[in-house]
Design a protein around this ligand. Sequence first.
Ligand SMILES: *Cc1c(COP(=O)(O)O)cnc(C)c1O
Length: 253
Amino acid sequence: MDNKNYGFETLQIHAGQKPDTTTKATGMPLYLSNAFTFDDADQAARIFALEEGGYFYSRLSNPTVDALQTRMAALDGGFGAVAFASGTAAIMGLIMTVCQSGDEILAANNLYGGTIGSLSGTMVGMGFTSHFVNPTDLEALEAAINDKTKIIFVESVGNPNGDMLDFEAISAIAKKYGILFVVDNTTPTPYLFKPIKFGADLVVYSTTKYLAGHGNVMGGVIVDSGNFNWKDNPVIHYLICLIKHIMISFMQI
Ligand SMILES: *Cc1c(COP(=O)(O)O)cnc(C)c1O
């Protein structure tokens, strides 16, 4: 569907999904298939070479995951999205994709405890250093930036404090230094807040919480605004990031 013409409520239900042409089913099926067929060998070659859209292996994507990714990008006003097995996997996958060993993350000190644990524990062992700052103290935030800082990471509504930030001011600081501004929007979801409108480059979610809503499934998503200047070509870089993400197979759905 063409998302541009629909309101949020319609996108919530329909974005990223076409009615099944064979069965006419309205619900999105779970495609429990790793492999997919091709019209012929030439089409297979084009799809494998990413020259033509299509599914060829579920670690990269499949119709079910694709519907979730496309829907989340539509709800957030983003360019594309990548789904993960949990919110923590999304955050770890993001850092492992964007940062190299030795790089630094500037993180708000009011983050979800599990994220603080990952940033100050597991990630340190992998060579990524995090500095935790009070995100309302913009001077301290800017002063903590150095030439190794790759990401400013905040939560739109902090879990559990429920506090909010001056997103546009933090985005301006991130832009000034060419740093990726990442907002964890798990608590409000795009229904209540759309971080991309306020300058976020990437939005991450634990879909385990309010997005799924029923306490019966875990998941995570990264939505790319398409606005970050990834060198000179945001589209190509996004695709490279996508491929790097999906190589981290153990984290994928
Ligand atoms: C729960 C949560 C996470 C981690 O997500 P999981 O799906 O539990 O891995 C990350 N950020 C916030 C704000 C959360 O509430």
